[in-house]
Design a protein around this ligand. Structure first.
Ligand SMILES: Nc1nc2c(ncn2[C@@H]2O[C@H](COP(=O)(O)OP(=O)(O)OP(=O)(O)O)[C@@H](O)[C@H]2O)c(=O)[nH]1
Ligand SMILES: [Mg+2]
Length: 417
């Protein structure tokens, strides 16, 4: 049986895109290649057919180089329809899907125009009756191609900016085991990532320190886990969220991860516990899905409510009202509650273990529920039942020495010390 790899590629090498030349550089490269590869070795006394052929070749050569360069640019950028929805959405948030598609479309369309220019002038050259005419037509053709490339300036400039930014994006694997940290600003998210990984993310005593996604790696049960830190969120409708917050929302919506929702119970972050719970309830729908069979809403992502900064305010000091609020919310969302402190290093491992364990558990149940997965596992299990080849009885032979050592049911059990 052949194993067919399906699904989308989980990791993209966005860092491998070659720098995009600006339009004048592109014109330079194309024209100088034409000059180098098709040197002028033609004289007025040559036969006109030979002269025509020479200049036609020059125009066609320029057309080919031009289109090769443009194709290379188009091919080097990911197609938003082919990549994982997380990356497609993230790129939409960061670079605007329409702008991106328009820029690539602009470059792509230029190829067809180059072809048309080339064809038009090659046709005209068939009627040129002198070296001078041929040369003028060639010059006009190359000139028009150069003008066309010049018009690509804004699109090429934009694509180069996108390329530079893409190269700085963290490499998030959409398939690997993931813990996703979220919550209000200033609640200790980045400090937690730094405590568990070598990520070394900036930590400051003011909100909005983290402005993009960060990824760190840790080990649990002998496998690699990625932990993603996200920018802090405020409680507001999605339409009012800015680019920075939308990166966090995109990750929350698309990544199959265990969600670590941080609640600063000391309220030192500047937001009350009840506000933090309100935000949780607002974004909670991102972790729910509707079961296609029962039409019931189910919690599709495991959640841990991480109560942070317990070195400042212990759980006992939290008002009864807030305690109830937290406990009820956790029950509603089937979330686990773990208390921790980054500065005193209390509960760090407990948060990690809880999160990892419930994600592993969740992945197992998801796999068992998926009928396709179950079927594919069954397909790999094959129970062979041998057919009898004759009537001869072949009883199992157990040596007497072994039989003698087998304890009978009424033998006394020996207890090992
Ligand atoms: N006392 C105490 N302070 C903490 C703890 N964790 C973080 N802090 C402090 O809280 C402040 C914010 O910490 P960050 O880790 O930057 O918080 P964040 O959630 O990443 O904040 P944003 O990036 O702005 O969303 C810093 O001054 C930290 O030193 C903790 O467990 N106890
Ligand atoms: Mg941060």
């Amino acid at each position: 049986n052949t194993l067919i790899m399906s699904g989308t590629i989980s990791r993209y090498n966005f860092k491998a895109i070659a720098p995009i030349p600006d339009s004048s550089k592109l014109i330079d490269v194309v024209l100088s290649k034409t000059n180098r590869k098709t040197p002028t070795e033609i004289r007025a006394n040559f036969k006109i057919t030979r002269i025509r052929r020479f200049y036609m070749r020059k125009v066609k050569y320029t057309q080919t180089t031009c289109n090769e360069k443009l194709q290379l640019i188009v091919d080097s950028f990911p197609n938003l329809d082919d990549i994982h929805p997380f990356y497609a959405d993230l790129m939409n948030v960061l670079y605007d899907r329409d702008h991106y598609k328009l820029a690539l479309g602009h470059v792509n369309k230029a190829k067809a125009i180059v072809d048309r220019i080339s064809n038009d002038y090659v046709k005209l050259m068939k009627y040129a009756d002198s070296l001078y005419r041929c040369k003028m037509l060639k010059r006009a053709a190359l000139g028009r191609m150069a003008t066309l490339l010049k018009k690509l300036k804004p699109s090429l400039g934009y694509l180069e900016e996108v390329r530079k930014h893409l190269a700085r994006l963290p490499s998030i694997n959409t398939n690997t085991r993931t813990l996703l940290i979220t919550g209000y600003p200033n609640v200790g998210k980045s400090s937690f990532l730094n405590n568990l990984t070598k990520a070394d993310v900036d930590v400051q005593s003011y909100p909005f320190t983290t402005q993009s996604l960060f990824v760190g790696h840790t080990e649990y049960k002998y496998t690699d886990w990625q932990i993603i830190d996200t920018p802090g969120l405020l409680d507001r409708p999605i339409s009012e969220r800015n680019t920075i917050e939308m990166q966090a929302i995109t990750a929350l919506a698309h990544l199959n991860a265990c969600i670590l929702y941080f609640i600063d119970i000391s309220e030192h972050c500047g937001y009350t516990i009840s506000d933090q719970i309100k935000l949780f309830k607002n974004i909670r729908k991102l972790f729910y899905t509707v079961d296609p069979d029962t039409q019931e809403t189910v919690v599709s992502k495991p959640i841990v409510l991480v109560l942070s900064k317990i070195d400042v305010t212990g759980w006992e000091e939290v008002s009864q009202e807030n305690k109830d609020l937290i406990t009820e919310t956790a029950e509603e969302s089937k979330a686990f509650v773990v208390k921790m402190s980054n500065t005193e290093k209390i509960g760090l491992d407990e948060v990690k273990q809880t999160a990892c364990d419930i994600l592993l558990d969740h992945r197992l149940t998801q796999k068992a529920k998926n009928p396709k997965k179950a079927e594919s596992i069954l397909n790999r299990v094959y129970v062979a039942t041998p057919k009898r080849k004759d009537k001869v009885e072949r009883p199992a032979h157990v040596p007497k020495t072994v039989l003698d050592q087998v304890p009978r049911p009424n033998d006394k059990k020996t207890v090992l010390e």
